[in-house]
Design a protein around this ligand. Structure first.
Ligand SMILES: NC(=O)c1ccc[n+]([C@@H]2O[C@H](COP(=O)([O-])OP(=O)(O)OC[C@H]3O[C@@H](n4cnc5c(N)ncnc54)[C@H](OP(=O)(O)O)[C@@H]3O)[C@@H](O)[C@H]2O)c1
Length: 224
């Protein structure tokens, strides 16, 4: 089969709140998905609910087989994961949905990196050889990511990439997840699409937007 953006293989690693929604949205969009977690039986049980388009592999096998690896794990864990699986992740497209936050002890969340830092830029500095990073899938809370998928009109998922050669792959993943893709720019724009950023559900934006509304906010130029 000729390789196109729409038949690149996606593995979702980490099957917590976000991982489960990401895999479910993809399957609803008719996109096959590999699911992997630390506990095989848990992944098998989840895949059973998704049906034939979901396939369970171990984390090692999933990375080996996939073109796109969604790391639906916490920011600090991603940093460790990139070291642990550095060799296997070489040349892969890595998706980082992380928000660098932790409970603040007062019932809310606080950033665990510098005010002007972004998880996207930090992760970009830790990439295995030849790996390409996209910051995406973290702009909405898990419940909204589930509820706003596959709606008409389509709601936007913002993304950021340094390497524009992967834009098509990322946009295909976003479309199959039931959203409209909108690139905000390079990874130096990640801060805008992480928690507290101006384009995040839990930041100034505060909600989902359509493509038209997103263009009004960001401007078409930045998006290209
Ligand atoms: N929840 C949200 O609303 C939301 C919204 C936007 C972005 N995000 C981001 O999405 C990411 C995941 O958040 P979440 O809410 O889905 O967290 P979660 O429900 O706690 O799930 C995290 C998952 O990571 C897995 N994991 C932990 N360490 C691992 C490792 N070393 N290797 C492989 N898997 C590992 C855990 O597996 P086990 O089951 O084996 O422990 C768990 O399934 C975070 O970076 C977060 O900032 C979350």
């Amino acid at each position: 089969m000729t390789q196109t953006a729409s038949n690149l293989k996606i593995a979702v690693i980490g099957l917590g709140n976000i991982g489960q929604v990401v895999a479910t949205n993809l399957v609803k969009g008719n996109r096959p998905v590999i699911v992997a977690g630390r506990t095989l039986s848990k992944a098998q049980e989840f895949a059973g609910k998704l049906g034939k388009l979901a396939r369970v592999l171990t984390i090692d096998e999933a990375i080996k087989e996939a073109d796109i690896v969604v790391l639906s794990i916490w920011f600090s864990t991603i940093k460790e994961f990139l070291v642990q699986y550095a060799e296997a992740l070489q040349g892969k497209i890595i998706i980082d949905p992380s928000n660098p936050i932790a409970p603040d002890g007062k019932g809310g969340f606080a950033k665990i990196i510098g005010e002007q830092e972004s998880a996207g830029q930090i992760i970009a500095g830790l990439l295995p050889k030849g790996a390409k990073l996209a910051k995406v899938l973290g702009t909405l809370g898990a419940a909204t990511l589930a509820n706003a998928a596959h709606q008409q009109p389509a709601q936007v998922l913002f993304y950021a990439t340094d390497d524009t050669s992967i834009n098509e792959a990322i946009e295909s993943l976003i479309l199959d997840s039931g959203f409209a893709p909108f690139r905000v720019g390079a990874l130096d724009q990640s801060i805008r699409i992480e928690v507290f950023g101006d384009l995040h559900e839990f930041g100034a934006l505060g909600k989902t937007v359509t493509l038209e509304e997103a263009k009004e906010k960001v401007g078409e130029k930045v998006a290209l």
